[in-house]
Unconditional design. Sequence first.
Length: 243
Amino acid sequence: MSKQFKGKLCAYCTKETATNGDHVFAREFFLLQDRDNGPKAPACRPCNGEKSLLEHYLTAALPFGGRHAQAVANLQTGVPRRLAKNRKLHIEVVNTSEPAWLRQGAGLFVPTGKFSFDGAKLEELLKYIARGLAWHHWQTYLRPDEYVSVLFLTDTLTAVFQQLVSMWNVAQRVTADLGHGTVQYEGVQAVDPPELTVWSVSMYGGVVLTGEGRTDGTAEASCRWWMITGPPEVGRTIEGLKR
């Protein structure tokens, strides 16, 4: 294990001593030539194992929605091998694939395709990612009782929320592009408390997630995903605003 992580607490659970430095975004999300220099955080064996199970599913499923310059290469290089190891996902992709209409931008509808996707796995991975990024960039540990929430906003709401975040007076701000658009993220950290952070992530040029869709068969795009962390009282406030 690197000296950088030796003796550190796991950034994900903050209970166990780290056994390795974990890639916050799994290397398998990227093409071979883009796998270096990604953010890393200290991780214990149990957290690393649980996170890897989520990544096993998502590195096989998310590339189908790739829209960046390397989308085809990423899909062709790694996904067939991963699907061969995940027969259940392979069957789900085949059996649930169907045509769809997607509303983008100011309202233009474009034809596309879709398949059933387990968004709960992505939500859980993004919670790990929020904790890992907070440690990697600012050495901030988010304790088990800290609030960590994931928001899948439509692109319309994302534009509004992003504008609000850009105007905040914050202690630190970070922007990163990994693997030529494979992963892009932004983060801000509050002056006080430092555990209050907001992150936005897009993958593969903006993989589009949709909800159940409307009765007319259309759905609104959600291609940038948000994570908010903070003390429990921050969480109570945010959850109150949702109601």
